[in-house]
Ligand binder design. Sequence first.
Ligand code: AMP
Length: 271
Amino acid sequence: MQKYIVKAKRAGKKIGFVPTLGALHEGHLSLIRRARKENDLVVVSIFVNPIQFGPKEDFKKYPRPLAKDRRLAKSAGADVIFNPSAEEMYPSGYQTYVEVGKLAEGLCGAARPGHFRGVATVVAKLFNVVSADKAYFGQKDYQQVQVIKQMVEDLNIPVQVVICPIVREKDGLAMSSRNQYLSPEERISATCLSEALKVAKAMISSGIKDAIKIKKEMRNIIESNLLGRVDYIEIVNAENLEPVQKMQGRVTIALAVFIGKTRLIDNMVIG
Ligand code: AMP
């Protein structure tokens, strides 16, 4: 991969990079299409990164439909799929990790200890391998984007991070590879995340500024749904991810909810 990129760069090609875990859906494809528009060469990585999964999480059962992914990525404009093995990425003796500080501590960082250390490490490695000019990430994983942006700045990585909007199903559910774990009944319940965000937005539009009040209403919506269990609902400053009491400036409303055994996340930036 590195040799290939060196050649492409020598030929003056601008490189766009879309890192993924695979099981591609329209959310991923929107990133690939955007990369296609803005670059000469588009690299998509498909790697289910073991070190970003907790011991009780879904690493083993995470879907890996490689042939289908290859087809979808190509149809959206990918030139190269980089699909390394875990042994290539973390050979025996591997011992270097990237740990971003405060930004990685709250929200999903609190709920999934070690998750962002795994994400930052693999993305740093992938950035070194692919040497992209631009890398594309979805707002769907809001905290992830902030963590990556911070890492890029702190470690002087010469890549431009491009954030792309959340792609949703018609009923509002944010697309996710994990949606395929949902039973038909759970799939119906899963709309409660985007519904809670919609209600929060309406409350804010009507002038309500108290974050506790908004979070309480969101919790009611999730909990009135028999299959939904709140992991967290937070309203944070959109840049530093610190919780806010009052709606002021740019804030992000972020939530993680278990629908049955499947943990889903969603968010909305206001202001
Ligand atoms: P993943 O394979 O889940 O690690 O996602 C790979 C990239 O696709 C990440 O930058 C995600 O934020 C992005 N992504 C996942 N789902 C969506 C979505 N529904 N809309 C936009 N981007 C997404």
